[in-house]
Ligand binder design. Structure first.
Ligand code: SF4
Length: 370
């Protein structure tokens, strides 16, 4: 039998303990990185576990029964996550997205949401507090999430056809249960709800039109995402990317679309509206039109490592600082230092290279969230 290689196990080791500059700073909410990008978004992974085995994210061959997930003692506690969130808000963050793995697998997640929902941005507003889920547990949890203070959800759904969806999640999970979760989230007021479909050529691109037809005229915003070379375990190939321009062309042929202005500058999704008033769809061109120049996101892994890019190889260990007893001022100064040095623009460099950058170690998406 061929020897199995589990890249995640290696990449989890790549981290440093941030240096704390001797002069501590007071955050002013105006942090900018080396390419003048502000820090506005924080994505927090609350678990590395998922009950799906999507072929582009946690393929079964790699994440099988022998895969060792993080022990509970390695995970950040809710108090530690809340402490980091407060530090980031002082630096100008106003949007927090909870991710996983599958975030709804983290026990008592509503307690964390309640803690975050109480926080206020520098301008005194509640956070834009959201969550990305595979939808499998949403019907059961939507009301509790809403009651805790969650504003909205994004649901990943890669096909509307039963056989394709089951093949993609690779655990035989039925599409109807995800749709039930979406409807329940809508019923309790977790909106606007976005539906994200990762399009992988030859795997689910025949689902572009059925998905568009299904969600046209609904209150939900369907978004098509180009399949990315995230992590090291999905065997990404450039010719499996279906460009957003092709997605728009295919839909428009049957259901004409016209472009819409972005909601705000730097929005990752390009918006399109049905000419007949059937709502809108979005396309996220992570590969063919990289948007690094507007990237204002940091990612916090389940075990407290900070990543400045989805494609970063190594993280900065904030949990170590917290468990060493460092003060908020020290951690805040370390975060500022990390952001100021940030030069990441992997997707732009990939576009320039036209091929996936090979030989570069990358962290797995299931570890830091998409
Ligand atoms: S590749 Fe990195 S820097 Fe570019 S948009 Fe994605 S996360 Fe941001």
């Amino acid at each position: 039998m061929a020897e199995k290689f589990i890249p995640l196990a290696d990449h989890r080791q790549l981290h440093d303990i941030p240096v704390i500059p001797s002069r501590l700073e007071t955050p002013d909410g105006l942090l900018a990185d080396a390419l003048s990008r502000p820090l506005h978004d924080l994505r927090i992974s609350v678990t590395d576990k998922c009950n799906f085995r999507c072929v582009y994210c946690m393929p079964k061959e790699v994440f099988d029964k022998s895969h060792v997930f993080l022990p509970h003692s390695s995970l950040l506690t809710f108090e530690e996550i809340a402490r980091i969130a407060r530090i980031f808000i002082a630096h100008g963050v106003h949007k927090i997205r909870l991710t996983g793995g599958e975030p709804l697998l983290r026990k008592h997640l509503d307690k964390l949401i309640a803690m975050l929902a109480e926080m206020r941005t520098l301008s005194g507003e509640p956070l834009d507090l959201t969550l990305t889920t595979n939808g499998s547990l949403l019907a059961r949890q939507a009301q509790a999430l809403k009651d805790a203070g969650l504003k909205r959800v994004t649901v990943s759904l890669d096909a509307i056809e039963e056989s394709t969806f089951r093949r993609m999640n690779d655990v035989d999970f039925p599409v109807a249960e995800v749709l039930r979760g979406i409807d329940e989230a809508h019923r309790v007021g977790l909106g606007p709800i976005k539906i994200n479909m990762v399009v992988k050529g030859g795997m689910n691109d025949h689902q572009i039109l059925p998905m568009a037809r299904h969600f046209k005229g609904s209150p939900f915003i369907l978004r098509f995402i180009e399949y990315m070379d995230v992590g090291a375990s999905n065997g990404w190939k450039l010719d499996e990317v279906v460009p957003s321009s092709e997605v728009v062309r295919r839909i428009s042929e049957e259901m004409p679309l016209v472009p819409l202005d972005p909601n705000y500058s730097g929005e990752t999704a390009e918006r399109w509206r049905y000419v007949d008033g059937g709502g809108e769809v979005g396309v996220i061109s992570s590969v063919t039109q990289a948007f690094c120049r507007d990237c204002s996101r940091m990612r916090l892994s389940t075990e407290g490592k900070l990543y400045t890019c989805l494609f970063a190889a190594g993280g900065h260990d904030l949990k170590a600082l917290m468990r060493q007893g460092r003060s908020d001022a020290e951690i805040s100064t370390a975060v500022a230092h990390i952001w100021r040095k940030r030069t990441d623009r992997y997707s732009e460099l990939r576009s320039q290279a036209t091929e996936g950058l090979t030989g570069v170690p990358k962290v797995e998406m299931s570890y830091i969230g998409g």
